[in-house]
Design a protein around this ligand. Structure first.
Ligand SMILES: Nc1nc2c(ncn2[C@@H]2O[C@H](COP(=O)(O)OP(=O)(O)OP(=O)(O)O)[C@@H](O)[C@H]2O)c(=O)[nH]1
Length: 180
């Protein structure tokens, strides 16, 4: 007798944020554990560097292992599908979400809509959402204008800033605004 075959149900057809590359969710609680902030965005946009700049007041160049020597909690989901539901759980209890793109990387900006869709689906409705155009120091490599970031943020009703994990510009302001 022939084994019964049936098509597997298609569970998802829309690409999701972070699908095509490793992506990592970084997050931390403030000291009294009441306020949770998470950082999301494509790989390489500078999430770790921004956290290190905020936490330690310095820029450590180069990609580095996020788990080494940093005094905050990191949930590294490595962008894997099986961790997707875990990622969504991170969103649910976050009070603030910092969504980063890299002003020198167009695809990181193009993926912002997918990230925002995901955030709106899973985050609490009163969570503070901030769109951050990072690497603002790299003016010669810039491909995303500040106005493009501002326009997108306005469209989604989120706060916008350009930041640099390297020079520190707007880094404290971004985290302080998120903590409000
Ligand atoms: N010039 C400049 N380089 C930056 C800035 N932020 C990050 N970088 C560099 O960009 C690269 C990626 O930074 P990471 O902080 O590792 O990026 P990430 O988003 O944490 O990446 P994943 O861990 O893969 O998700 C590194 O080489 C950083 O040194 C910035 O503001 N300015």
């Amino acid at each position: 007798m022939e084994p019964e075959t049936r098509d597997e149900p298609e569970t998802r057809d829309e690409p999701e944020a972070g699908d095509d590359q490793g992506c990592t969710v970084y997050g931390f609680y403030d000291q009294d554990l009441t306020h949770k902030t998470i950082l999301v965005g494509d790989s390489g946009v500078g999430k770790t560097s921004l956290l290190v700049q905020f936490d330690q007041g310095k820029f450590i160049p180069g990609s580095f292992s996020a788990t080494v020597g940093i005094g905050f909690t990191i949930w590294d989901t490595a962008g894997q599908e099986r961790f997707r539901s875990v990622t969504h759980a991170y969103y649910r209890d976050a009070h603030a979400l910092l969504l980063l793109y890299d002003i020198t990387n167009k695809s990181s900006f193009n993926n912002i809509r997918a990230w925002l869709t995901e955030i709106h689906e899973y985050a609490q409705s009163d969570a503070v959402i901030m769109l951050l155009g990072n690497k603002a120091d790299m003016s010669s490599g810039r491909v995303i204008k500040r106005e493009d970031g501002e326009r997108l943020a306005r469209e989604y009703g989120v706060i916008f800033m350009e930041t640099s994990a390297k020079t520190g510009v707007n880094v404290d302001l971004a985290f302080m605004t998120a903590a409000k």
